[in-house]
Unconditional design. Structure first.
Lengths: 436, 436
């Protein structure tokens, strides 16, 4: 016992002497089925490089954890728990919706970040998020230059919206795409069985307020060997009620049924979302319905066709049980690459997925400067939507198909997936309280 | 070649001489993720008993196929296709919502059934459905007695509503229960990550207009090792807005977030469904929203809590990708038992799942007389809902848990489940047209 204690003491002394910089990691924005796989990649890779990276401190609730000095000591988690992050959806450390203002507008917040980083010897900043988070990460990456604090800030791409530029796709998207493609196929089989005497139209509302990436994934449900009559309503295309109703009518006449995949962002020519179309409750209060409700009611009133509708909402982005293996692998690889790039001295960059070929699908890890990522939204290419505005093109299919490939099932216990909950033990605070 | 032909001819002659009776099989009511597994059980078992059962003719769209002489020759399907039914959701032969009237009210339909059965040498009638279908099957089973036509009618239990009596549970329910339990757990993890700065309440609407079986399954998402703050709104409990809002408030204050599982059948004390609560569009037309929308808007207006809501609808009952292995096995076993019971000479019965023990979970195939099944609805026992009306009891959990156990993944191709579509080749018609 005594000998052991001595060794431990010795180690501590040495650690203090050569102490490598610690890393800060946080999750930001809407979480996904695989953002924790990126966390797993970051932490496991950092643990393999203990001579260069000390501890990984996770921000409790994203950047807020950094501002409030609410840091989680991930070294308190077992290797098994960190490994289990790979198959656990949601954000294990808590996420946030919080965008740093510019240095000019809120210098106080940046000074606070530096104060916290200094107090905890943080030299690496890994931020895992989408477009807004890339902006935050970019601002942090400028701290070295602007305020003389040496930090390497690296953005780890994540968003179901698939709207980050340069990277081939965003981890998180592939799994939502797979969920929507699988669910659309399953529900279409269902409505086809019912169509003779009952439901003829099935409507499913999917995420994607600005870009139709997720809606497009619904189109994958129909393949050459399993064709399905699907109408997609993209946010990129102004909603034309007459044309839409005519299409439903002709599809049902031809196939006996059809499925409508409607993006939450579908809007009228004047810009109003379908979901905001003036529903009022008994007291005259405006109510927010969903786009699916509006479409379903329209199909009923215009064509008299019995229909059913679903709104997938969080179910789609949390559905780790049907995650895409490709997506999980990419999410992990992005986390791993972020640490490796940091160790090579990079700052202000984001690892990317670079597609090499479609058939066979090959990709490699690339790198993009954050200056070209922050605040840039990648829209669907025009040639991904058919001319009639209701379907995906072959080019779109070629792009999407590899992203949903492969299954990566979580372990189960008693019929339920075994998702890990970390201990999330806080790092003792050293500073005064900070009010955001 | 010549020799072969001779043998074939000989066989035909013999078949004609001893021709065993053919079987009629049909699917009825709302389809499920595993009703085709029952079809698989029926057809595979019949194929193993070709000396006693000739061909299995499936009704195109349920009993309608029998009335209109629209029969499908399942012998034209390969063994591989029939086997694939086991992992394919929906109703492969088409389903229907059609209830036969009583013999007194519509003798013409029964005479037609006999006409079709005679024309196609049908002596076995297998009907795969829920409560209404059990009634139809029961009426057919009386044809021997009432109209002198020898037929053995056997009901194969199926319904996501889990409301058939006598049987421990109904195939189809276990898989929906698993889907809801898994999805509720996943979405709860999601909202927990977001709660600090964004969504605090997640609402998911599930099926079950009269009984809260499916809503109860949402409660399974929370276990001792993974507790989750869940509020269940059962159709069995009159909705009390004040009490509900107070519960949400206290849960969010205590845990930071909560999940609400609301049955589509939840209603006000006066009987009105929440989903019908007077929503009107811009033109003053009544609109049917969902119960989830109403609950979400209520949480927003009463507590000012940001929330998200989902409506699972067909996605839940079609979700073969996350079917319960227990459920799939039971569905197959019910189909197999139906044929075996028929071969033993039974009529007017339904195979049942008889639970022997909970831990370890053991069950066997039993048998119930259709007279005691038709038009009897099994409600949730009172002791399955906690006194406050918002949760499931230990007794409920003990009942539900085994039903969601085990995974039974379908095969995949290019990221999508490979579900079979049968050729569904029609049997040549012999009779005049019949108008329903």
């Amino acid at each position: 016992m005594a000998a052991k204690k001595k060794v431990a003491k010795k180690k501590t002394v040495r650690a203090k002497k050569e102490a490598p910089k610690n890393a800060f990691y946080a999750q930001s924005g809407g979480v996904t089925a695989v953002i924790n796989a990126s966390a797993c990649g970051v932490i496991e890779t950092a643990r393999k490089n203990k001579n260069k990276i000390g501890k990984v401190y996770a921000g409790r609730n994203g950047i807020i954890g950094a501002l409030t000095e609410d840091l989680i000591d991930t070294s308190k988690e077992s290797a098994a728990s960190i490994k289990a992050l790979r198959h656990t959806p949601s954000g294990a450390f808590g996420s946030c919706r919080f965008k740093l203002k510019s240095l000019e507008q809120n210098k106080r917040e940046y000074e606070r970040l530096i104060e916290v980083f200094e107090a905890h010897n943080i030299g690496y900043f890994f931020y895992n998020g989408g477009g807004d988070s890339a902006d935050t990460c970019y601002k942090v990456s400028q701290l070295s230059k602007e305020m003389g604090y040496p930090i390497q800030a690296i953005h780890v791409p994540k968003t179901v919206d698939n709207d980050l530029p340069i990277t081939d796709n965003c981890p998180g998207f592939g799994s939502v795409a797979k969920y929507i493609a699988v669910s659309t196929r399953e529900a279409s089989f269902d409505v086809a069985s019912m169509a003779k005497t009952s439901t003829k139209v099935f409507v499913v509302e999917v995420m994607g307020r600005h870009a139709g990436w997720i809606a497009a994934a619904g189109g994958l449900a129909s393949t050459d060997d399993t064709p399905i009559p699907i109408i997609i309503l993209f946010p990129e295309i102004e909603f034309d009620q007459e044309k839409f109703i005519a299409r439903v009518d002709s599809m049902v006449k031809k196939h006996g049924y059809c499925t409508v995949v409607v993006s939450e962002g579908v809007h009228w020519p004047d810009g109003r979302f379908l979901a905001e179309s003036g529903l009022k409750d008994a007291f005259g209060h405006s109510q927010l319905g969903g786009a699916a409700t509006v479409i379903a009611n329209m199909v009923q009133s215009e064509l008299g066709l019995k229909n059913h509708w679903a709104v997938a909402d969080y179910l789609q982005r949390a559905a780790r049980h049907i995650a895409s293996k490709t997506d999980v692998n990419m999410a992990y690889a992005m986390g791993k690459a972020a640490v490796q790039f940091a160790l090579k001295g990079h700052n202000s960059i984001m690892p990317t997925v670079d597609r090499i070929s479609n058939k066979p699908f090959k990709w490699k890890v690339g790198m993009a400067p954050l200056s070209k990522v922050a605040n840039v939204e990648k829209m669907m290419p025009n040639n991904f939507i058919t001319n009639d505005g209701f379907s995906i093109t072959k080019a779109c299919r070629t792009y999407l198909e590899p992203l949903i490939k492969g299954e990566d099932y979580p372990p189960y216990k008693d019929g339920l997936p075994k998702y890990v909950r970390l201990k999330n033990i806080g790092v003792p605070k050293k500073l005064k309280k900070f009010v955001i």
